[in-house]
Design a protein around this ligand. Structure first.
Ligand SMILES: [Zn+2]
Length: 134
């Protein structure tokens, strides 16, 4: 029986899990990507991901960590986490009546004025500056 180890908990959300913890998480999950469920093969890049993203209230602790393929799984999951966060933020803003500033007016535009007639505004013949100096 393996010796039990105290769970790693990050001091802050910015504290990165040390390599020994990432290794433990990888071994705990038998090297299975928690996003796609496929084994992470030798040579494939692996990262340690927060199962519930920190931006969505997840905790920075070992039980919330799992191995994930760097690409494409981690990229896709992070994008989905950010989209979730944005959706929640938008719903909360709407709930509190915080709305964006009004954009373009939706009414009809001003009528366009006709183009000025170029012939009528013809400039008088230009006098040369040098002709006076003679
Ligand atoms: Zn994967």
């Amino acid at each position: 029986m393996a010796r039990s180890v105290k769970e790693w908990i990050g001091k802050t959300d910015n504290t990165k899990a040390p390599p020994r913890v990432c290794q433990r998480v990888f071994d705990r999950d038998n090297g299975i990507c928690h996003f796609c469920g496929q084994p992470i093969q030798p040579g494939q890049k692996v990262e340690t991901d927060h199962i519930q993203a920190l931006i969505n209230g997840g905790e920075n602790r070992e039980t919330n960590l799992a191995p994930i393929h760097k690409k494409p799984c981690h990229t896709v999951k992070t994008a989905a986490d950010v989209a979730d966060k944005a959706k929640v933020a938008a719903v909360r803003k709407k709930h509190f009546g915080i709305t964006k500033a009004a954009g373009k007016l939706s009414g009809p535009a001003f009528p366009k004025s006709p183009k000025p007639d170029r012939e009528a505004k013809a400039m008088p013949p230009r006098r040369s500056l040098f002709s006076r100096c003679g």
